[in-house]
Ligand binder design. Sequence first.
Ligand SMILES: [Zn+2]
Length: 143
Amino acid sequence: MKKMRAKYSLPFRPNKNIRRHSAPTHKKYNYPHAIDWAMPVGTPILAARGGTVVERESRFNRWGGEKEIYHGNGIRILHSDGECSTYWHFRWRGIKVKRGQRVRAGQMIGYSGQTGFALYPHLHFAVYKTVGEKECNLRVRFV
Ligand SMILES: [Zn+2]
């Protein structure tokens, strides 16, 4: 029997101001299944699945084209099966969880923004699993 993959919920409360956008650069950076949702700065972001916050960066307050790619605010949450989810472009000091903190699915983790490589305000969301030495970007189906 094929093992079922864990489920993820949408990392925000849906409303008419949030729209999924395509991002051609995702393929270039080897995360073809990452998702961008355009949304107003300050939209509450929710954990899509429970886990532990293992990376956190919230000090940046700049944005623009590709040269800003290392100046984004984001977090990484590790899940019990080894998958991890990443969330990017939070606004300056917009992350409301600490490194090492356990979070539940649906818990508010911060506020969206436009930091880093972002030409408009949006949330970038991607799920990974490390296989051997390679980090693979996984396709996500939301509950
Ligand atoms: Zn993106």
